[in-house]
Design a protein around this ligand. Structure first.
Ligand code: WTA
Length: 633
């Protein structure tokens, strides 16, 4: 098994990949060193200028306010709406006739929408939400696959000032229920069914299960993907088309304060309870600026981000950023290697995609099928490649560079998080690259690698990745849990935002991300907490205790392994293994299912009874156990 993402592999990679003359000539930011230096000197001025690239209803009185740190504010007093910048601003300009969305279904059906059509659909849906008495500040849960209605629903919420909360459609009914309950969502938007790898997924049925007995949900809006042959509860459920057909096609955009919440997105942390990360309308500033510069956005191009709208990448860089830039974005319901491993290459050729933004796990999966698949297609349209979600191992990086980019496309390895909202450590296209490094902090961002006391560690030495100063697209709090916000991100290394990642910096100042330092696993780029999986496992009636670790995996980057203590008198067998896996699937969803289960008699614990996952992991990987003085025995 290759040592994916480990320090040893990464440190060996010293070669610089320099941008071609053509890239350099056209890049938006050519003099990147000068730009970095200028932003470093006056980051507030940098963000202030960036904010002016968007439209505001009323200007801000103060760029940044830290009087109530770490509850920072940006563009204080500014009035705006991100939906205005995605849609309203284009209406009446030539952009309105441009294609906003190219959508392809799992089965290969196509839909296209211009900005004008998208705006119309958003207005109608926004009016529909108002008809259902949704008001500013109300929470709307969205449980949909990657279909245009997901973007329409998000934009419609933003337009009327409602707070959307998209739940990844691979989560189970139980996980959906937990998220809906936490935010007390008033509306749930879903579809009759979904499609994936040719299979039909019973979305509405799952939603019915998730909200049975819900105190907060008043209505369920159902998009008909397949005729709508699903049970509908009278007075509660309504089809999307029935709701929107009779609505007017214009709708005023609500004037929002820059600090008003835009969405809640649940993400995994170190405890079993997911965190509701809150982003505000002013988040648009960082998302727009990073997209413009990192993806080197020009006018008439087609961009494809293969993420799911249920994750932050889908929020910031499938929906908001491309629309704020007025470009064409590809949305895709299916998976890039179905029905055959050439699906992705076929689509790139067909839609003449210029920018492809994907995840290392997918690059590795496609790489495993061999280059004969991409080689069959004309990938000439590609100009820029992106990577996100986990460290990209140099082997996959080089394959992506050579066989997809044909040695001509720079790879933007963007490091960021649900919490950061925008790219944080990332190349700009004119920078020399090193395979496997996310390179340098974006202008205006100050990152560092420090020890547990907040002291910068020497070059090449691993440590905790922190962000030293706030940025406009940062999370503002955790929904209903400001204490957890302060504790998780700001208290451990006081004064700095703690990312939860380990990294090191090389002699050129390039950052190399090594993975999570906390108990979070990235399985195929999906973020899952060890504790979430453990809590699902112990809900099985035969299980007494469980400890879960992340292990390297050649395609997924990481996979999960569980060490399980069974109740007294229960004997381990294969049936139990399957049952436990089924329990995880039903509590959380398929992405969280562990690859391996080992039944054990004992788990390494601290004297206070906490499972030492670090020791379990070191044992499993045959690594040095490190400091074991805290072990109970
Ligand atoms: C990891 C995804 C290395 C990292 C946008 C981070 C990365 C977590 C990269 C956040 C990258 C993301 N290189 N690691 N380019 N991008 N990560 O919240 O561990 O789903 O903390 O946001 O993914 O995951 P999240």
């Amino acid at each position: 098994m290759s040592k994916l993402g480990t320090t040893e592999v990464l440190l060996n990679e010293k070669k610089l990949y320099k941008p071609s003359a053509k890239i350099l000539k056209n890049a938006k930011v050519k003099q990147w060193k000068a730009v970095q230096a200028k932003a470093k000197k006056d980051p507030l001025k940098f963000w202030d200028d960036s904010a002016k690239e968007l439209e505001w209803y009323a200007p801000w009185k103060q760029t940044f306010d830290d009087s109530n740190a770490p509850f920072f504010k940006w563009f204080v007093g500014g009035k705006c709406n991100i939906a205005h910048n995605c849609l309203d601003r284009w209406i009446g300009t030539p952009v309105e006739n441009k294609t906003a969305i190219i959508w392809e279904s799992d089965a290969g059906n196509k839909r296209k929408m211009t900005y004008k059509e998208l705006n119309r659909a958003v207005c109608k849906f926004a009016n529909g939400l108002k008809f259902l008495k949704v008001k500013k500040g109300d929470r709307v849960a969205i449980y949909l696959q990657n279909i245009p209605e997901t973007a329409i629903a998000m934009l419609a919420c933003a337009k009327i000032g409602a707070v959307h909360s998209v739940v990844y459609a691979g989560f189970s009914a139980n996980a959906l229920r937990e998220r809906i309950d936490d935010q007390r969502a008033k509306i749930l938007i879903t579809s009759d069914v979904g499609h994936r790898r040719g299979k039909v997924i019973a979305m509405k049925e799952l939603c019915d299960k998730a909200i049975s007995g819900s105190q907060s949900i008043q209505h369920v809006i159902v998009v008909r993907q397949d005729g709508g042959h699903v049970p509908m509860k009278i007075n509660r459920d309504i089809f999307y088309d029935a709701l929107t057909d009779t609505q007017p096609s214009t709708c005023p955009t609500e004037v929002m304060d820059s600090e008003d919440p835009l969405f809640i997105l649940y993400t995994s942390g170190t405890t079993a309870k997911p965190k509701g990360v809150v982003h505000v309308h002013g988040y648009m500033v960082g998302v727009h600026k990073t997209f413009q510069w990192v993806m080197d956005i020009r006018g008439d191009e087609t961009y494809w981000c293969t993420a799911d709208p249920g994750w932050i990448t889908g929020h910031s860089y499938i929906v908001y950023a491309p629309f704020m830039s007025g470009i064409t974005t590809v949305m895709f319901e299916g998976v890039p290697d179905f029905p055959k491993p050439d699906r992705i290459w076929k689509m790139i050729e067909k839609y003449e995609v210029n920018i492809l933004y994907t995840a290392p796990t997918l690059v590795r999966a496609l790489m495993s099928y061999g280059e004969k698949w991409p080689d069959k297609y004309k990938l000439k349209s590609l100009r820029l490649l992106g990577s996100v979600g986990e460290p990209i191992n140099p082997e996959a990086w080089r394959w992506y560079y050579k066989h997809v980019g044909k040695g001509k496309c720079q790879i933007m390895d963007t490091w960021w998080q649900t919490e950061t909202g925008m790219f944080m450590i990332t190349p700009l296209p004119s920078m020399p690259l090193k395979a496997g490094s996310a390179t340098l902090p974006f202008p205006g961002i100050e990152a560092a690698v420090v020890d547990e006391n907040g002291k910068k560690v020497p070059v090449g030495k691993g440590g905790f990745l922190v962000i030293k100063t706030p940025w406009p697209s940062m999370l503002r709090t955790l929904f209903n849990n400001p204490e957890r916000y302060v504790d998780t991100y700001w208290n451990k290394i006081p004064g700095y935002y703690l990312t939860g990642d380990m990294a090191h910096v090389d002699k050129d100042g390039y950052f190399w991300i090594q993975g999570r330092s906390d108990d979070v696993i990235k399985i195929a780029g999906h973020r899952i907490g060890n504790a979430e999986i453990e809590s699902a496992i112990v809900s099985h009636k035969s299980v007494a205790e469980a400890g879960v670790i992340g292990k390297p995996h050649p395609i997924k980057g990481q996979c999960a392994k569980a060490f399980v203590i069974l109740n007294r008198g229960v004997n381990p067998n294969d049936k139990l293994v399957n049952e436990i896996k089924r329990t995880i699937r039903s509590k959380l969803g398929p992405i969280a299912v562990v690859d391996e289960i080992e039944f054990v008699e004992k788990l390494p614990k601290t004297r206070s009874g906490k499972i030492m996952r670090r020791v379990l992991k070191a044992q499993e990987l045959g690594e040095d156990l490190g400091d074991t003085s805290g072990l109970a025995d």
